[in-house]
Design a protein around this ligand. Structure first.
Ligand SMILES: [Fe+2]
Length: 190
């Protein structure tokens, strides 16, 4: 379940409807798809089964926004070169493509910089949350302490997901917000 924090306003938003409205004001799409349909099998499902379970939503976003592919990314503490990978994305950057993520397991924090509004807000995403950070939006990403996440990703062009750095050090001014205590280890297959 997502949580939004606006550090400079000491504001925290926890209700899904309010999160959706706040993020929409800033051009960010948020939809709580939930993981109930996966039941107790969440931790043992193959990637293809997860994609199949969310096919209606995936197809809707494809037709709405022009995405052509969907895949699943699994990150665990055992992922090779995890620190190097995380270091690519915890500095302020943009992408040429939308960054569309539906979290199946684990959690992380998207820090989003609305440059027009001169505002940074942080979105902790967890199982069941769909977040779409539009192309060219300045943002950065941190994993929570469990260092594990499993997400469905949607792309117009996989090449569009490379980080384009802004060169600003703004990310160092904000702590990743992970509200809940560290969760039990989640199983994520590689
Ligand atoms: Fe990114």
């Amino acid at each position: 379940m997502a949580v939004v924090k606006v550090p400079n306003e000491s504001r925290t938003i926890t209700r899904p409807a309010e999160i959706r409205a706040f993020l929409a004001q800033h051009g960010i799409q948020f939809e709580p798809w939930g993981v109930e349909r996966l039941g107790e099998t969440t931790k043992t499902l193959a990637n293809e089964e997860i994609l199949k379970a969310y096919r209606p939503e995936i197809e809707r976003l494809k037709s709405q926004n022009g995405y052509v592919t969907a895949d699943i990314i699994n990150v665990t503490p055992a992922t090779p070169n995890l620190d190097t990978m995380l270091a690519k994305f915890n500095k302020e950057h943009r992408h040429a493509d939308d960054e569309v993520r539906f979290t199946v397991l684990g959690r992380g924090v998207f820090s989003i910089h609305d440059e027009a509004a001169k505002l940074v807000f942080q979105v902790e995403v967890g199982p069941g949350d769909l977040l779409n950070v539009p192309a060219q939006t300045a943002h950065w990403f941190d994993l929570c302490p469990e260092r594990a996440i499993q997400c469905i990703r949607l792309f117009k062009d996989p090449a569009g997901w490379s980080p384009l750095y802004t060169g600003r050090a703004i990310a160092t001014e904000y702590d990743p917000v992970c509200f809940a205590p560290v969760q039990p280890t989640v199983r994520v297959t590689l």
